[in-house]
Design a protein around this ligand. Structure first.
Ligand code: ADP
Length: 164
């Protein structure tokens, strides 16, 4: 049985992530999307909010579950009994970072194989950071995220404005 984890910040989930989730869910028997809660970045959404959005947008995929985790990704993989670690690759800067992470993880946990999925051409530019940036100027983000996520982002920004 092939069990995979797909870890990330997902702040918030984009169509780029969903594409990787769909494609990797077809490669493994079970896929666990892991939402990292101890990232160095200050997130826009809480872990619970990020998990909830991911659950909503993956509810049509029966072999996908969503969990949060903190600490080392390989520890989470071991805890989940997963043997495959999925990551997405967009461009050269991703490659440099991911190669380093994959090699480090291989030394710590040789039984876990990192598998990279190349981004689909139409999502190669897409990142959570871009989405937040565009949304902050009140521009259209409907090609970047599903309507459910778009609504959550809008609410976040309107709350921010209320405070200011
Ligand atoms: P992290 O903070 O771990 O980079 P992200 O949520 O930004 O988390 O991304 C999680 C994973 O998804 C990473 O492997 C990243 O390269 C990949 N990813 C993000 N956006 C895309 C995209 N548009 N196409 C393919 N992979 C992507």
């Amino acid at each position: 049985m092939k069990k995979g984890i797909y870890p990330g910040s997902f702040d918030p989930v984009t169509y780029g992530h969903i594409d990787v989730i769909r494609r990797s869910a077809a490669l493994v028997d079970e896929l666990i999307v892991g939402v990292l809660s101890n990232s160095g970045k200050t997130p826009m959404f809480t872990v619970e909010e990020r998990e909830e959005m991911l659950r909503e947008v993956t509810k049509g995929l029966p072999n996908v579950t969503v969990r949060s985790f903190s600490g080392l990704t390989v520890d989470f993989a071991r805890e989940m009994d997963a043997n495959v670690l999925i990551r997405g690759l967009r461009a050269i800067p991703d490659f440099e970072y991911e190669l380093n992470m994959a090699q480090t993880n291989h030394i710590i946990a040789p039984e876990i194989e990192t598998v990279f999925l190349m981004t689909s051409l139409k999502y190669s530019y897409l990142s959570s950071t871009t989405v937040k940036e565009v949304a902050s100027y009140d521009a259209d983000i409907s090609t970047f995220v599903p309507p459910y996520v778009e609504e959550k982002i809008r609410k976040k920004f309107s709350k921010k404005e209320e405070k200011e």
